[in-house]
Design a protein around this ligand. Structure first.
Ligand SMILES: *Cc1c(COP(=O)(O)O)cnc(C)c1O
Length: 395
C-alpha cells in the first residue's frame, strides 16, 4: 500500500524531523500519579483540571446508570438514542451557563464541526484567531465559508478584516482559554466587535468551563457575557468535568437549527447514557465545590512564583495550562524525556500543533496535585535546564 502513496518515506521524514508522535499505554485511572508503560510517574499533562476523572461519586453515577440503562445508547439522538439522562443533562447545562438551551455532542471536535457546518455556507465568512483549536479550523473548511484568520488576539487586525469583508454573513470564533498557551481571549472586546459588524460570535471554552467564573461556568461567566453578547457557547466535558462529550449552549433557534442540520450531531450514535449521568454528577461537584477552583489557582500561583525565583521562562498564562516554551523540536522532546526519566509526565508539543519555532512543554495542573508535587516538578525543570541548556526566552 505504501508504494503508491509514499507512506513509508513520509513516516521516515516525520521521524527525522522529530515530529513523530507516539502513544504510551496507561494502566491506572487518571490522577496526579499514573502508571504508564509500566512506570509510576507524576502526571502534569492531563486536562483533568479539577481531579474529577476518577472521583468516587462519578463512578457511582456510572454504575447506577449502567444498572438502569445498560451500556450502549443504541442509536443517534434523533432515532432512539436520546435518553432521559441526556435530556436532563442538557437542561442542567443550559441553566448552568445561563442560556435558553443546550445540546449535547459526543465530542468537542464534533460540536465545533457541527456548529460551523450547520450555520455557514459558501458566501459567508468566518474569522478565527490563528491559535484556535484544530476542530474550529476544520469546521470552517467543512462549511465552505471563507476562512479569515487574524493574529493571536489582535483586535485591530480583526476589525480591519471585518470592515473589509463583503461576506453576506460573518461569524467570529475563538478559543476562550487557548489550549496550548493557556492565555484567554479578550471576550468583551470581541463581543463588541461582533455587535458593531453584525457578526455572530462563538466561543469554544473547552479549557475555561469548570475552571473559571464564580460557579465554574467558564470565561463567559468571568466576563459576564449573556446569551445576547455571546450567542454560541461551546464547552467540553472531557476536561475539567472529568467525563466525556461536549455541548453547545445558546438560544432556542440556534439549538433547533443544530438538531436539524448539524451532521456531526445527526449522523452519529449518542454517547452512552451512563456518561451523561456521570457528567451530571460532575456538574454538581463543579458548582458546589469551589475549593477545587481555588486550589487549582493556588497551585498555579505556586508554580509561577517558584519558576520566577529559579529564572525559568514563563508565559502570560494564569490558567491551569502553563507552557514552558523551548523553541526547538528536538530540545523539547529531550526535555520531556529527561523529565520522564525523573518520574514526571509532561508532554512536548511540537508543530503543527503549535507554530514553528515554539515547541514547548505543556504543563497542566489539577486540583488533585499537592504542593510538594509542584515543588518537585520545578526542581526537575531546573535540573533539566542545567543538563540540557534547553531553554530559549519563553516570552
Ligand atoms: C480538547 C478541545 C476540543 C475537543 O474536545 P473533545 O471533546 O476532546 O473532542 C475542542 N476545542 C478545544 C479548544 C479543545 O481544547
Amino acid at each position: 500500500m505504501s508504494d503508491g502513496f509514499g507512506l513509508a518515506p513520509a513516516l521516515a521524514e516525520r521521524k527525522a524531523k522529530n515530529r513523530y508522535r507516539e502513544r504510551r499505554a496507561v494502566h491506572s485511572p487518571q490522577g496526579p500519579r499514573i502508571e504508564i508503560d509500566g512506570k509510576q510517574v507524576l502526571n502534569f499533562c492531563s486536562n483533568d483540571y479539577l481531579g474529577l476523572a476518577n472521583h468516587a461519586s462519578l463512578k457511582q453515577a456510572v454504575h447506577a446508570a449502567v444498572d438502569c440503562y445498560g451500556v450502549g445508547s443504541g442509536a443517534s439522538h434523533l432515532v432512539c438514542g436520546h435518553s432521559h439522562e441526556h435530556h436532563q443533562l442538557e437542561q442542567d447545562l443550559a441553566e448552568f451557563t445561563g442560556r435558553e438551551r443546550a445540546l449535547l455532542f459526543s465530542t468537542g471536535y464534533m460540536a465545533n464541526l457541527g456548529v460551523l457546518q450547520a450555520l455557514l455556507e459558501r458566501g459567508d465568512a468566518v474569522f478565527e484567531d490563528k491559535l484556535n483549536h484544530a476542530s474550529l479550523i476544520d469546521g470552517a473548511l467543512l462549511s465552505r465559508a471563507k476562512l479569515v484568520r487574524y493574529r493571536h488576539c489582535d483586535l485591530l487586525g480583526l476589525e480591519r478584516q471585518l470592515a473589509a469583508s463583503e461576506a453576506r454573513r460573518k461569524l467570529i470564533v475563538t478559543d476562550g482559554v487557548f489550549s496550548m498557551d493557556g492565555d484567554s481571549a479578550p471576550l468583551a472586546e470581541l463581543s463588541a466587535l461582533a455587535q458593531k459588524y453584525k457578526a455572530l460570535f462563538m466561543v469554544d471554552d473547552a479549557h475555561g468551563i469548570g475552571c473559571l467564573g464564580s460557579s465554574g461556568a467558564g470565561l463567559a461567566q468571568a466576563f459576564k457575557l449573556d446569551q445576547t453578547q455571546l450567542p454560541i457557547l461551546v464547552g467540553t466535558l472531557g476536561k475539567a468535568f472529568g467525563s466525556f462529550g461536549a455541548f453547545v449552549a445558546g438560544g432556542a433557534e440556534l439549538i433547533e437549527t443544530l438538531i436539524q442540520a448539524a451532521r456531526s450531531y445527526i449522523y452519529t450514535t449518542a454517547m452512552p447514557p451512563a456518561v451523561a449521568a456521570a457528567t451530571r454528577e460532575a456538574l454538581r461537584l463543579v458548582r458546589e465545590e469551589h475549593w477545587r477552583r481555588e486550589r487549582l489557582q493556588s497551585l498555579v500561583f505556586l508554580f509561577r512564583s517558584l519558576c520566577a525565583r529559579e529564572g525559568l521562562p514563563l508565559t502570560e498564562s494564569l490558567s491551569a495550562i502553563q507552557p514552558v516554551i523551548v523553541g526547538d523540536d528536538e530540545r523539547a522532546l529531550e526535555l520531556s524525556e529527561f523529565l520522564f526519566s525523573e518520574g514526571f509526565l509532561v508532554s512536548a508539543i511540537r508543530p503543527p500543533t503549535v507554530p514553528e519555532g515554539t515547541a514547548r512543554l505543556r504543563i497542566t495542573f489539577s486540583a488533585a496535585h499537592s504542593e510538594e508535587q509542584v515543588k518537585a516538578l520545578v526542581a526537575a525543570l531546573v535540573l533539566g535546564k542545567q543538563n540540557l541548556d534547553a531553554f530559549v526566552d519563553g516570552t
